[in-house]
Design a protein around this ligand. Sequence first.
Ligand SMILES: NC(=O)c1ccc[n+]([C@@H]2O[C@H](COP(=O)([O-])OP(=O)(O)OC[C@H]3O[C@@H](n4cnc5c(N)ncnc54)[C@H](OP(=O)(O)O)[C@@H]3O)[C@@H](O)[C@H]2O)c1
Length: 396
Amino acid sequence: MALQASSLLPTAVTIHKGGKPSFSFKDVGFFGDSVSDYIRAEYKSSLVLRNKALQVRPIRAQTATASPDIEQASPEEKKTLRKGTVIITGASSGLGLATAKALADTGKWHVIMACRNFLKAEKAAKSVAIDKENYTVMHLDLASLDSVRQFADNFRQSGRPLDVLVCNAAVYLPTAKEPSYTAEGFELSVGTNHLGHFLLARLLLDDLKKSDYSFKRLIIVGSITGNTNTLAGNVPPKANLGDLRGLAGGLNRINNSVMIDGGEFDGAKAYKDSKVCNMLAMQEFHRRYHEETGVTFASLYPGCIATTGLFREHIPLFRLLFPPFQKYITKGYVSEEEAGKRLAQVVSDPSLEKSGVYWSWNKNSSSFENQLSKEASDAEKARRLWEISEKLVGLA
Ligand SMILES: NC(=O)c1ccc[n+]([C@@H]2O[C@H](COP(=O)([O-])OP(=O)(O)OC[C@H]3O[C@@H](n4cnc5c(N)ncnc54)[C@H](OP(=O)(O)O)[C@@H]3O)[C@@H](O)[C@H]2O)c1
């Protein structure tokens, strides 16, 4: 929904005497498609979502986990008495920061804020008053595989157990005319959002396996925009990994193409493709490791958090209009605080322990297992993505 709304911006805004803006729509939208069609479809899709949510029994909406009674706790329950350790990548703003805050405030979690800008992360933690006892900032730049390896080593040296890893950080470059690259020369969005996280998750899987916490989880944040079975996922440019020829060629211009499907660079598509990779990778982790390790693998769409830094590279008019438009017109808006509670729920709610699930929330903020698109649930594509990614990050 978040990026879908880039096509749902009003084509004209009038400020009346009372100071209230009114939005008017013409039939030529942001991407040259009919805006009113989108709004009709958006309305329809929210009805479908609501009906679907009624059919699928919500798993549970609340974030709190009841504390076990110390006297009567079973050995299993006793394990939960120590604080859990959760690593959250990109915890310096938006969803990651809100999740760090929600978990730290329970007093039951120590949050490792894995961030590329140490000072920004420290300031962010202070700005939302996270108790010093409950967080540690550690340096991680996902756009450098060396940094990812260094982070894994540093974390191990800290001596902390690892109970949950949240792969949350992302870059979105919708207006870029030319591609940017990671330290190893991969296109930046896929290189950061997918390849950096893929290496991180692979390196830390052994640490997760060793956790004696009552549950251990690996969560990779997904998005509706990568799912072409939704209206949002059908806004051009659509996600499409094709036959992965660009990725297999190294995702750079020297050998081949900067796009996974081998096409011309498109920053918005590269982000959506990276989100498909996130969701495919989660499922492949589940297939390969869930039974053997007991780790729960999950992905989610937290809702449209229109105010986050994700949209920082968008044009100023978009950034001005996107939040009120989502709040008052599409009503798809979710606050950073609410989205943080949702992700915190996937981290810590014992009832959300099913592995291989892509979680979403209905209008009443109840979680439900959502359906992924055909491509985002293609097991053969996930297997190939895994094998190519292993080679690119130096694991095979
Ligand atoms: N906003 C939405 O509507 C929405 C909807 C669906 C899904 N999501 C997903 O939610 C997640 C969080 O996004 P957000 O909306 O909270 O955006 P955000 O506020 O921009 O947060 C992104 C975070 O990623 C970090 N980051 C970027 N590049 C990095 C790198 N190379 N190494 C380490 N960290 C890096 C950023 O660090 P800096 O602070 O240093 O820039 C920031 O902390 C993303 O996975 C996104 O796809 C968002």
